[in-house]
Design a protein around this ligand. Structure first.
Ligand SMILES: NC(=O)c1ccc[n+]([C@@H]2O[C@H](COP(=O)([O-])OP(=O)(O)OC[C@H]3O[C@@H](n4cnc5c(N)ncnc54)[C@H](OP(=O)(O)O)[C@@H]3O)[C@@H](O)[C@H]2O)c1
Length: 327
């Protein structure tokens, strides 16, 4: 028996509680992982609070991320003792996830952790940080370089935003961090932001074309902010869109795309194939300053998850929520 956060549904009533479950309650086949750490991403907060229908079947262990050590393997490519991480692939949605002391997942879900990234740091990064890396990969793949101009990061004090700021700064980009938290300015500057923007200046409906400011954008919030970011992007610039913390709407016009050749590039982490996944983790292993990463971490236990999830949805959390599943 081991501890898991278990989501159950009783007569349409969703609830989540720390529960003792048996390994037999996990998937029938796959690699058994002794989990060291998981994390709370925005999507996990949606799942735990049932604010959105993230959980597709009950009972289910939530948690779209985990990092730990293989205890049993049914795949010759993966050995007992390998340090691994899993991000997405429907974990915490249709497949029991990382908020437990054990998980069993198909070998195809696994990423071998880079040598210099501990299981703790892998989950401090989590899906949020790996998605930030996918966004920076996309900007660079489209040819954006530091001499093209500044990069805007929205939702900057959140998980995606914090890691994006640090990764971009490590590559020599000048980063404008948009945040709703005035007291996060020092935190963001320590991560490498060169300027701080009040997010209220981006969240109201704006003109279809505005003064050209950004060579690139990492947007974690959507809505008017994403529309304004596109309208402020310089000729030939690239906007990566990965989130909806403000809104799933995109109240924009085609003007930035047809008059300035702006590229709007969607970024998905959940089903990203192994090539981009491994490239993103290689970037994180190379560019993520571990001292900066430490400044992002708030560590909690399984029994704290229900309490913090509403704060995540309210945008109150700065940085990353790391879950020690064994505490
Ligand atoms: N596409 C993918 O595969 C993928 C992967 C990971 C995450 N996501 C999405 O990316 C978004 C961010 O994820 P996360 O893990 O970084 O979440 P998070 O840690 O909760 O951060 C979200 C941040 O967005 C800002 N924010 C919150 N409410 C807002 C509002 N009403 N208007 C504008 N900004 C608001 C806040 O930052 P400030 O106070 O600094 O503004 C908040 O800290 C979420 O929507 C998540 O679902 C998508």
């Amino acid at each position: 028996m081991f501890n898991a956060l278990l989501a159950t549904k009783d007569e349409d009533q969703h609830s989540v509680a720390v529960t003792q479950i048996d390994k037999g309650a996990l998937a029938e086949s796959g690699v058994l992982i002794k989990v060291d750490y998981s994390t709370i991403n925005y999507k996990d907060a949606l799942a735990v609070t049932a604010t959105a229908p993230i959980i597709r079947k009950y009972p289910l262990v939530p948690g779209i991320d985990l990092a730990g050590v293989i205890e049993e393997s049914d795949d010759p490519d993966w050995q007992v003792g390998d340090r691994v991480g899993v991000n997405g692939w429907g974990m915490g949605e249709s497949h029991s996830g990382g908020l437990a002391q054990y998980a069993r997942v198909p070998a195809s879900f696994l990423v071998k952790l880079p040598k210099n990234i501990s299981t703790r740091h892998a989950m401090a990064i989590g899906t949020a940080g790996y998605t930030a890396a996918l966004c920076v990969d996309a900007l660079e793949a489209q040819g954006v370089t530091p001499d093209h101009g500044d990069i805007l990061v929205t939702g900057a004090s959140g998980g995606v935003g914090s890691v994006a700021v640090a990764l971009l700064a490590a590559r020599g980009f000048s980063v404008a961090a948009s945040t709703g938290k005035p007291d996060a300015a020092d935190y963001l500057k320590n991560l490498g932001a060169t300027s701080i923007i009040d997010r209220n200046t981006l969240s109201e409906a704006g003109k279809p074309l505005q003064a050209e400011q950004w060579a690139g954008v990492v947007d974690a919030v959507g809505g008017n902010t994403l529309a304004n970011a596109c309208a402020q992007t310089r000729y030939g610039g690239v906007v990566t869109a990965c989130g909806l913390a403000e809104s799933a709407a995109l109240p924009a016009t085609v003007m930035p795309f047809i008059l300035r050749g702006v590229v709007l590039r969607g970024v998905d982490s959940v089903m990203a194939p192994s090539g981009p996944r491994l490239a993103a983790w290689a970037r994180l292993a190379r560019d993520m300053d571990l001292e900066r990463l430490e400044t992002m971490i708030t560590e909690i236990g399984l029994s704290d998850v229900n309490g913090v999830a509403p704060d995540v949805l309210a945008g109150k959390v700065t940085g990353r929520l790391l879950v020690d599943v064994n505490r």
